[in-house]
Design a protein around this ligand. Structure first.
Ligand SMILES: Cc1cc2nc3c(=O)[nH]c(=O)nc-3n(C[C@H](O)[C@H](O)[C@H](O)COP(=O)(O)OP(=O)(O)OC[C@H]3O[C@@H](n4cnc5c(N)ncnc54)[C@H](O)[C@@H]3O)c2cc1C
Length: 218
């Protein structure tokens, strides 16, 4: 079941609702980010509050994103706006004997702070290489690298993972005593992201790289 949790790094990351599901260990946070391709970033641009999905990756104790310089999200984040970021994995549906005892198994992270820009083409390219490695290890040596124009039009940003919490639920159904003998199936329906069969974009003239061959069986 869930591990004992060290201390929350701040008041706003202290999990109050079901604190036994709290986990503040770096390894748990890093794994949640590394297994996700997308995070949701909530921010206020002065007029309204938004929550935007965007691709993400991790390097050391930072979460990275990238985006077009012209995009609202990029502009707001470059201005140092405070954000809250959520990442979620649904690991299963927990079917209890009573309707209100149903729940989900999950691993989720919430991160607070402000992004900073990665400056200089060398550091931007290095960060983008880590992103490419996450998508397909080895592909950065095959795809055409970003050129000066593409790099100039793109911002790469990172946020410290210092102020973050993870909440992990991994349970069987928990029914009330009086419901245990109901003639209702109870249990867990596990869920996971599934890799599909690769779909080639051309007529097969290019040799298939190992990372594509391995994809559907990973
Ligand atoms: C897949 C999934 C389904 C869920 N379904 C429901 C639902 O149907 N109804 C419901 O009420 N809740 C649901 N939750 C739990 C929900 O995310 C909140 O934890 C819960 O609603 C309590 O919110 P709160 O603001 O009262 O928490 P509090 O404990 O007061 O939050 C305090 C702080 O703890 C941290 N924190 C809280 N929740 C999380 C989290 N999930 N992950 C990481 N850090 C967190 C944040 O830093 C937050 O500011 C679900 C979570 C997941 C991942």
């Amino acid at each position: 079941m869930n591990k004992p949790s060290p201390t929350a790094p701040s008041s706003r990351t202290r999990i109050r609702r079901l604190p036994e599901l709290a986990n503040y260990e770096r390894a748990a946070l890093h794994e949640i980010i590394d297994q996700s391709y997308v995070c949701h970033i909530a921010f206020n641009d002065g007029e309204s509050t938004h929550c935007m999905p965007t691709a993400c990756w991790r390097q050391d104790d930072y979460l990275y994103i990238h985006g077009s310089n012209g995009g609202r999200l990029t502009k707001v984040l470059l201005a140092g706006t405070q954000v809250s970021i959520a990442i979620t994995h649904v690991d299963g549906l927990v079917l209890a004997r009573s309707a209100f005892s149903h729940t989900m198994n999950y691993r989720s992270a919430v991160i607070y702070g402000a992004f900073e820009a990665i400056e200089g083409n060398k550091d931007k390219l290095a960060a983008m290489d880590v992103f490419m490695d996450k998508i397909a290890a080895g592909r950065k040596h095959q795809a055409r690298p970003g050129n000066d124009k593409e790099l100039a039009a793109t911002s790469v940003l990172r946020i410290s993972l210092a102020e973050a919490a993870t909440k992990i639920s991994n349970t069987n159904p928990v029914d009330k005593e009086e419901d245990l003998n109901l003639p209702v199936w109870a249990g867990v329906l596990p869920m996971a992201v599934k890799h599909g069969e690769p779909i080639p974009a051309d007529n097969g003239a290019i040799p298939i790289p190992d990372y594509v061959v391995r994809w559907a069986h990973a």
